[in-house]
Design a protein around this ligand. Structure first.
Ligand SMILES: *[C@@H]1O[C@H](CO)[C@@H](O)[C@H](O)[C@H]1NC(C)=O
Length: 316
């Protein structure tokens, strides 16, 4: 933090949280603790199952495990701190923690976004080029397809963070949010944020459009393949898995467009909060159910693990 003019330095922010009503704090605590546990357990089980069962060492499941890891991390950047603040009835977060929280919240949302694209590409190759699938999706390409999202997302987060540290916060340090999210921080600053918003828009647009194009192209092919299936039962089966994937994709991209592309004036503060809850809690909570618990292979592996009691040594 720096002095500029006669403004005082801000060394901490106040996180006003999701609600300022005292009687709602216990409900929020229980609700978010419950959702956090579901996210950590659900996604943790996926990582464990994929890690332990060599039958699941295929690109699709390795990407899924990466997505689960990103989901746990994404939630962990904000929810534990929020729960702690409710319990200790303290709303403060230091400037450094705030910037760190913002950095990692960007990293994991961007990774999620890229991985959804990578997973769609994987499905596209599996459905539209089944005979050459193993040749195309060789392990080096898989590693590349997971390393690139990690590198790019850190680059994106670094760009936004460096641009944010230029900003001065003077009149108020009270953030009407439950964690240090980029959009509400920009609104709070008393510096002109036009460059930040321009970069947010252009980087955001390029980060979103490539995975989105991959997903769109993949689904166009998947829909064509589904329409070619002759039996009604087969059609319905394929469609039902498609529709659940599409639900996550639509939820994810609808939220991005609604919340992060219109960061100021047009939307009230509540839109930021709703979007953030969707990204950091609802999407990570839904992914295990949508991508794997409906999946027979994954269910089989989980049943095997529990039957063999291989999980027991891991529980203290
Ligand atoms: C992520 O994917 C890579 C390559 O596909 C794989 O080697 C790695 O084990 C995965 N990470 C997790 C947490 O499963």
């Amino acid at each position: 933090t720096m002095h500029q003019g006669n403004h005082t330095t801000i060394s901490e922010f106040i996180l006003l949280g999701l609600s300022n009503k005292a009687e709602q704090q216990n409900l929020l605590f229980v609700l978010f603790l419950g959702m956090y546990l579901v996210i950590v357990l659900g996604n943790g089980l996926i990582i464990l199952a994929v890690g332990l069962d060599s039958y699941l060492h295929t690109p699709m499941y390795l990407f899924l495990a990466n997505l689960s890891f990103a989901d746990i991390s994404s939630t962990s950047t904000s929810v534990p701190k929020m729960l702690m603040n409710i319990q200790t009835k303290s709303q403060s977060i230091s400037y450094e923690s705030c910037i760190t929280q913002m950095y990692f919240s960007i990293v994991f949302v961007v990774i999620d976004n890229f991985l959804l694209g990578v997973m769609a590409y994987d499905r596209f190759v599996a459905i539209c080029h089944p005979l050459t699938y193993t040749t195309i999706m060789h392990s080096r390409l898989c590693v590349l397809l997971t390393v690139i999202p990690w590198l790019l997302s850190n680059l994106v987060a670094l760009t936004h963070t460096l641009l944010l540290t230029r900003l001065v916060f003077c009149d108020s340090n009270a953030l009407p949010h439950f964690f240090c999210d980029l959009a509400p921080l920009l609104k709070l600053s008393c510096t002109d944020t036009v460059i930040n918003e321009l970069v947010l828009f252009t980087v955001g647009l390029s980060v979103i459009s490539f995975p989105f194009a991959l997903i769109f192209f993949s689904y166009a092919c998947i829909v064509r393949a589904v329409l070619r299936i002759s039996s009604a039962e087969g059609k319905w089966k394929a469609f039902s898995t498609c529709s659940s994937h599409l639900t996550v994709v639509l939820l994810f991209y609808g939220t991005i467009v609604g919340v992060y592309f219109f960061p100021s004036s047009t939307h009230p503060e509540d839109t930021d909060k709703i979007g953030a809850v969707l990204f950091t809690v609802v999407v990570p909570m839904m992914n295990p159910f949508i991508y794997s618990l409906r999946n027979q292979d994954m269910k089989g592996t989980l049943r095997k693990l529990i039957n063999k009691r291989r999980l027991l040594p891991l529980i203290p």
